[in-house]
Design a binder for this molecule. Sequence first.
Ligand SMILES: [Zn+2]
Length: 186
Amino acid sequence: MVGVFSVSSARNLLSRFAVPFYPVDWVKWVPTKLNIFAWRGVQNRLATMTGLKKRGMLQGSALCKLCGEQDEDADHLFASCYVASILWQKVSSWCKIQQVFAFTMKDLLEFHKSSAIEVQKRDYVQTILLATCWGIWKARNENIFRGKRVNIDAIFGEMQANSFLWIRCRAKKRLLEWSKWARFEL
Ligand SMILES: [Zn+2]
């Protein structure tokens, strides 16, 4: 018999076998690959410089290629690297929420639960936080593997566009307009 794979079956499988070990909440409005990315990131299982070095796959320095100041692991890359810091400032001001502040990727993925964020904004903010981490990861890979300069405004713009499309399609918010989304008017 041919197995049937679907997003809901993957989610059921993860929740059945991984809870309570699944380290972050499933983000329902983004593609599955982003949730898998979050799952790996929170457990430090992404192929960061530190991760590669631990596995004996990297000789030499594990320094972050974006800032050159600290070793690169998921927590550095998404929470404390200067690229991330600037993006979190931009996200905070766009979403009109308190400054996004985190030490770890897990902190970031739980930030939407902060009591300072209005309940009706939380699913949107959760989506945006993960979409921003994903954007940083893609830009970091393009920088390392293709020599492409990291452009923070481009990461932010692409994240706004991706999150808009995902929310329109996956959250079935078909009435969401780009002009309003660009001002975070929900
Ligand atoms: Zn860095």
